[in-house]
Design a protein around this ligand. Structure first.
Ligand code: ZN
Length: 184
């Protein structure tokens, strides 16, 4: 996997500011900004260069009811504008033969959030990895987020975008209704 070239990126960022007529010489608050932003972006997009996280698996000792992780905070960067979108994830699943380690879900959300992203794809990627690792009987993933590219520019409205992904018995029917009411 190729690593980011931070020195070249910083030089290019300095040039970008120059061409935008943002004079880093005349405002000393800006003097280290190209280096700082280059480092920041390489961190915020670091998931692109990391290995796919492993989801811890434990034997399921008879849990047939939904397991729900609610209101897990997340942060990501919109692929279209490089502005943050952020909010929460709710993850519900009905286990098959294995249950997942709780911390693993947070790792998976962070991994797919650390890249230029769109919320619709993010929920699908999180659901796909959990499904692949745990083969649950059913899975329901919902994320609710504010998008600064909608609030600071464009329409300039504050609203939350809700995106969901569902698999197995939580695609529809009674169990899905039960999970939705548990999620509130
Ligand atoms: Zn955007």
């Amino acid at each position: 996997m190729t690593r980011p070239d931070l020195d070249a990126a910083q030089a290019t960022f300095e040039e970008l500011l120059e061409r935008l007529k943002i004079d880093i010489e005349s405002d000393e608050q800006l003097s280290n900004t190209p280096a700082r932003v280059t480092k920041l972006w390489s961190e915020l997009f670091g998931g692109l260069h990391e290995p796919v996280p492993t989801i811890s698996r434990f034997p399921n000792d008879g849990q047939g009811e939904p397991v729900i992780l609610r209101a897990l905070p997340f942060y990501s960067m919109c692929a279209h504008h490089f502005l943050p979108f952020f909010g929460t994830f709710d993850i519900a699943y009905i286990p098959g033969d294995v249950i997942g380690g709780v911390g693993s879900f947070a790792r998976v959300v962070r991994y797919f959030g650390q890249r230029p992203q769109v919320q619709e794809r993010l929920v699908q990627q999180v659901a796909d990895l959990i499904e692949e690792a745990l083969s649950p009987a059913g899975l329901y993933v919902r994320s609710t987020a504010r998008h600064l590219c909608m609030e600071m520019r464009g329409e300039r409205v504050a609203a939350e975008l809700v995106c969901t992904a569902a698999r197995g018995v939580l695609r529809d029917g009674e169990r899905r209704q039960e999970v939705l009411s548990l999620l509130g």
